[in-house]
Design a binder for this molecule. Sequence first.
Ligand SMILES: [Zn+2]
Ligand SMILES: [Zn+2]
Length: 287
Amino acid sequence: MTVQVTFWGVRGSIAAPGKKTARYGGNTPCVVLTNGSDGVLVLDAGTGIRLFGEWLTAHQPATRRIDVLLSHVHWDHIQGLPFFKPLYQEGYRIGIRGPAPEGRSLEEVLRQQMDPVVFPVPLARAGAEVTVDELEPGRVTVSSWIVDTIRLQHPGVTFGYRVQAGSDGPSIGYLTDNELGGGDRHGLAAGWYHDLARKMAGVDVLIHDAMYTDAMQRDRNGWGHSTPREAVDLALACGAKHLVLFHHDPAHDDPALDRIVDQARRLAAKQGSLSVDGAREGQTISL
Ligand SMILES: [Zn+2]
Ligand SMILES: [Zn+2]
């Protein structure tokens, strides 16, 4: 079984288009997984999902089942959803899943993002058949994927996912908006890091937040993001084969990201054979 992982949005916090970010890309998080079955699995609905929707409806119109896993409901992870073309077309079945935000339901937050005050078309007028389900930490089957969810260290309720194609297919760890160091655990238990590394053990690809440089991280303790160094350490601890640095800071232009990726590669090379890349919009990894 071949799994393809395609990056449609790799930027954190807010879209950062322009000449200076053209190589890595400016859209906010959206990663699409396919495994040869009928449907697709979409990780996060940042602005990159708009491009994916355009592509899907034009090039793969027979694909009508779309499963979306949201890491959390910060803007950069949901703001592409109102511009996702299949949402407005009959015949699509879109299953949206994610953690329940504190004090609200997931569906309520998604509806509020499309309230008439801020967006002209309410979610209730979507032509597609849309379901919204809240996940708990644990294991769930989503179409042909086995999905393990785990709480991440980030403000608000945020989930990371280990996604496996069937019981013995390739596996992907998707851990964005996650602070691996830091003093604020956001209510998580002390053994959390160990549990996270165990849950991600042996993944073929680990996609991890590497938003801050070491210098930035010193001033942003508790903000819920990691450095390339911390992402490399986790990838080595869990025995990942390939680390993809993700959720790039909007202020980091292409040369800055080249330096960040180089630094992470040097750190990884000292300790083994882990391969490291910086996520680039339009990139596809085949497993
Ligand atoms: Zn984010
Ligand atoms: Zn966030």
